[in-house]
Design a protein around this ligand. Sequence first.
Ligand SMILES: C[S@@+](CC[C@H](N)C(=O)[O-])C[C@H]1O[C@@H](n2cnc3c(N)ncnc32)[C@H](O)[C@@H]1O
Length: 208
Amino acid sequence: MYRALIACEFSGIVRDAIQARPGWEALSCDLLPSEKPGPHWEGDVQQLLLNAPNHYDLMVAHPPCTHLAVSGARWFKDKVEEQKEALAFVQMLMDADVPHIALENPISVISSKIRKPDQIVQPWMFGHGETKATCWWLKNLPKLEPTDVVEGREGRVWKMSPSENRWKERSRTFPGLAKAIADQWCAHVEKVYEIKSKESSESQDHTV
Ligand SMILES: C[S@@+](CC[C@H](N)C(=O)[O-])C[C@H]1O[C@@H](n2cnc3c(N)ncnc32)[C@H](O)[C@@H]1O
């Protein structure tokens, strides 16, 4: 079985998309409980990664953007320490002992303080007629290919009226994007391992 860790996910959306793929098991991890039943570890993802080095084949990470998103730039001067901590958390995830990593955030200071994203996608590229720029920082993964480019460019998530749970509504991954992640990045990981195992059996043939 291939193993995926979905870091900082309370919705279970990417987890369930990967779980549905034959040959894969996925675990979501968040400080919050999972909204949907399924394999979930409620706690600090850093602890999980430290306790299980080199355990996962793929990690998809959605770290908090509260102190990083440029949409909140006017408050940055009052949040210097919080931003430092948030960037250290991102760097820890990027450096995790996992061979394939995709880390997601909106347009954020990660670009200037760590590095530019490898790709920026929109929900309308994956079947949802909405805008919400999502940046991906990738390790050993190809860029996602759009799966269903649709009309409609509504900024629904930005128009939501204030409420206690608005951040949750705004941060849930779009299901079309989750399906593309499961189809494309899991397939890529499978291919990498297939090639490796073929190479290793060929080199064993030569040594016999
Ligand atoms: C922007 S939200 C991502 C939501 C995600 N896209 C989803 O669909 O569930 C960031 C999440 O990171 C979680 N989080 C923050 N610090 C964490 C930590 N140290 N370990 C695990 N999760 C953490 C928060 O509880 C929050 O749910």
